[in-house]
Design a protein around this ligand. Sequence first.
Ligand code: HEC
Ligand code: HEC
Ligand code: HEC
Length: 427
Amino acid sequence: MSLRRSPALAALFPPRLSQLLGPIIVAGSIAFIVALIVITSGRLDLTASTPHPEGWADLLHYVFRRSVAHHAADLKPPADLDADQRVIKGAVYYSRVCANCHAAPGFGQSPIALGLRPQPQYLATQIKLFDAPQLFWIVKHGVKYSAMPAWPTQDRDDEIWSIVAFLRILPRLDSARYLALAGATPDPAAAPAPMTTEGSSHPDIVMDSAGPLPAAAYSTARPAVAFGRGTVGADAAQACVQCHGSDGAGRPGAPFPNLALLDRVTFKKAVTDYATGVRHSGYMQPVAAQLTDVQIDALAVAFTARRRMPAPQFAATPAQLAAGEAIAIGGVPAGKVEACQNCHEINRADHKFYPAIAGQNRWYLRDQLQLYRAGHRGLDSPVNPMPRIAHDLDDAQIEAVSAWYAAQPPEAPQPVAEKPGTAATKR
Ligand code: HEC
Ligand code: HEC
Ligand code: HEC
């Protein structure tokens, strides 16, 4: 019997393709009705307590990886992605938030995280599957139908790159090094030694784990990371130490702002703005949102009563300092940028509501100026002069003026009468 005459094949390959339409419609309708019955019957098992059927999790993960690869294809990491201050900033966040689900070097996964489906992976061994842009995409946007959250704000790509910078070295960290980077070690003497400052400097950080990477048994390893590490306890000021240091001036090697400079009004406004999401930061919003007004008041009093300390220093070149000084004192005539000191020399009597920036952390200053320029700080009301000013500064000018201000001694405290309203509207 020739193939041509087989009735089954004749049905599959009819002389005219339009004759297929009928069978397709019938099959489609049957499939639709069956799917409808299955869905409405309630028999599908969507519980997290039962593992995914064989192969299903792999299929979903494959779809996820294809989607990430597609969407992240055009993303460009910053040139100084692996800079140490970025790695340290990422380590702190990882230890407070991500480790809750993904564990950490030397720490097992919480039984609560293991109850999620899909289960959060142990990232130290998993991270090699993704390049930097793909990690950025995952951390910024999270994963639908899983417990993987999007970044708390979609306006802070700089913060997300710090997480990526940390994830890239995570597989090479042992437990002690991880804790030191994250500032989570109970022994302050074990804090990380000051590191090099400029650009990519991985060779200077010896992070290769001495021991073997944890095996798949990480899921039952003890101690496990406990949920709630990042919560504010009874002593609210304790919740600030991991990032802002015990004296509020910041941590060596890290890009966190120096709170010891702020006046009470600026302090309260900043924390309240984070808490209400008016000012964007994945780092500060989750902390500030946990504070009551009474706690914010108490923190403002406590921090601003401290001695004004300079932030830990980062090396800057003499040329940078000279260029920065010129902008701060003389402005940029060509671009019509006003001298920063016109406003920020805070001890002039009529200038007391501008934030103090002499002695502020260099990387914090740089990041804020870039945020103002991009319109992402969240406070670009028409009365705020900073977006306009930053708009006229290029990258090199921002680096220079930040380096200069960071190297200045903080101005002596100025008694500031507390009045309601914003720094920007009080001009
Ligand atoms: C509440 C739990 C939870 C938190 C907090 C969390 N994740 Fe996840 N994450 C998950 C889950 C669940 C998945 C698995 C998604 C999947 O397999 O489709 C995941 C997936 C990932 C992946 C992809 C891993 C892979 O192999 O597919 C990365 C990367 C990741 N998370 C990074 C992070 C980072 C970085 C943080 C902190 C900024 C974080 N996660 C915070 C639950 C969490
Ligand atoms: C996880 C790290 C982290 C913790 C914990 C943390 N902060 Fe911050 N804080 C930051 C970062 C990062 C910024 C800069 C955010 C930005 O770019 O807007 C910041 C900014 C601030 C600012 C604004 C500074 C300025 O010059 O405008 C204040 C005020 C502040 N934090 C207070 C606090 C207080 C009070 C606590 C404790 C209750 C605290 N922070 C806990 C990381 C942290
Ligand atoms: C016309 C007055 C004025 C001038 C000139 C000015 N600033 Fe500002 N600056 C402000 C005000 C007002 C704020 C507070 C704005 C806000 O709340 O966002 C501010 C905030 C800042 C901040 C954020 C501080 C913090 O703690 O988060 C930085 C950084 C800054 N200015 C840097 C500069 C630099 C650098 C220059 C010069 C290139 C400059 N400013 C020039 C008025 C000024």
